[in-house]
Ligand binder design. Structure first.
Ligand code: PLP
Length: 345
């Protein structure tokens, strides 16, 4: 077997979700969009439901439908994209709760599914999803008469605690919703960490549960071990990989491992990234190929069976920094070819 193994520690994810929950006095939901950030929405959501999560958020109704099959009846499944054309059967039959983003969506929803639960999404400055203050002022009374179950908005800069946008969005959210008798939600992971003013009735962390920044206390969740296919000696002056970008400056032992950019190991991270074995960091040698990566394992003094890209020594944010991106993109890029193993207890 030469596919890499992605090990997902469900206990660590549950511990992270609980640690975030413990920072609030309100309900803590779980955001499991994009297959729980690439880690497996069915497994993660079931583990979090067992730990007490009662509400789950996904990006689109199709994800919600799949999640309902995994979770069964009971938990709330909320859809950020709201009620799109063609969604009514899924929303109705599978008891999904769309977060309505506009008057158009509102009309579509109450016409297709009168009396069916929905939430409202407001735009407090991010200009991405939700009703803006002027639209909200016009629609508000009609919308409230339909008994929304939640009013939510989303923070643009919550991972930067000192950013003035946070307080500005909080102020706008309060102006748009203070005094209404509907549960409210504003905080993602970063928002949970901003403190109680941002928590309202429900928080919606995603990345912190999966071990990523800005939740610095997070336990490590995803580990990626990549098998070594072959090792060889490379003499000074010889090159490794496409474009001859690596030239050996000393007698070097090169291991070729079985994963590449087709598995979400971004080419951009190559020059700054190492793989780990026996507590040693081993630099990537040359360019990352589609299915293969060369690694300088000289420092090991022996040929390894596998090397670790993600693990306790090197988390998603370290990889992200090396590739000039964010941990979210590293996780959601994790390859379909990996063998996924789930650790419990
Ligand atoms: C993705 C998302 C979240 C979760 O954000 P994290 O930063 O991963 O905690 C919460 N709310 C909305 C609207 C989102 O799109």
């Amino acid at each position: 077997m030469s596919t890499a193994t992605l090990t997902i520690d469900l206990n660590a994810a549950v511990a992270n979700w609980r640690a975030l929950d413990a920072k609030t006095d309100c309900e803590t939901a779980a955001v499991v969009k994009a297959d729980a950030y690439g880690l497996g929405a069915d497994k993660l959501a079931r583990a979090l439901a067992r730990a007490g999560a009662r509400s789950f958020f996904v990006a689109v109704a199709e994800e919600g439908a799949a999640l309902r099959q995994a979770l069964g009846p009971g938990p709330n499944i909320c859809v950020f994209s709201g009620h799109m054309p063609g969604d009514a059967d899924m929303i109705g039959d599978l008891e999904l709760t769309p977060m309505i983003n506009s008057l158009d969506q509102m009309i579509r929803h109450v016409e297709a599914l009168p009396g069916h639960a929905f939430g409202l999404q407001l735009d407090t400055g991010m200009n991405r999803l939700g009703m803006e203050p002027s639209e909200w002022a016009a629609v508000r009374d009609v919308a409230l008469a339909q008994n929304p179950v939640l009013i939510m908005s989303h923070l643009a800069c919550a991972d930067e605690p000192d950013h003035p946008m946070n307080a500005q969005q909080l102020r706008t959210f309060r102006e748009m919703t203070d005094g209404l008798d509907v549960p409210r939600s504003l905080a993602n992971t970063g928002g949970v960490l901003l403190g109680r003013d941002y928590h309202f009735d429900l928080c919606r962390p995603g990345i912190g549960t999966y071990g990523g920044a800005p939740f610095a206390e997070a336990r490590h969740v995803a580990t990626l071990d990549i098998p070594v296919i072959q090792c060889r000696d490379v003499a000074p002056g010889e090159t490794v990989g496409y474009g001859n970008s690596y030239v050996a400056s000393r007698p070097t032992r090169i291991a070729t491992i079985s994963a590449g950019y087709a598995d979400g190991i971004l080419r951009a991270m190559g020059p700054k990234t190492g793989l780990w074995c026996d507590g040693k960091r081993l630099p990537i040698a040359g360019r990352i190929s589609m299915d293969l990566i060369g690694v300088d394992v000289t420092a090991l003094g022996q040929d390894p069976k596998s090397l670790q890209l993600l693990g306790p020594n090197q988390g998603v944010d370290t990889l992200a920094d090396a590739a000039g991106t964010i941990g979210y993109e590293i996780l959601t890029s994790l390859g379909a070819r990996y063998t996924r193993r789930y650790l419990t207890a």
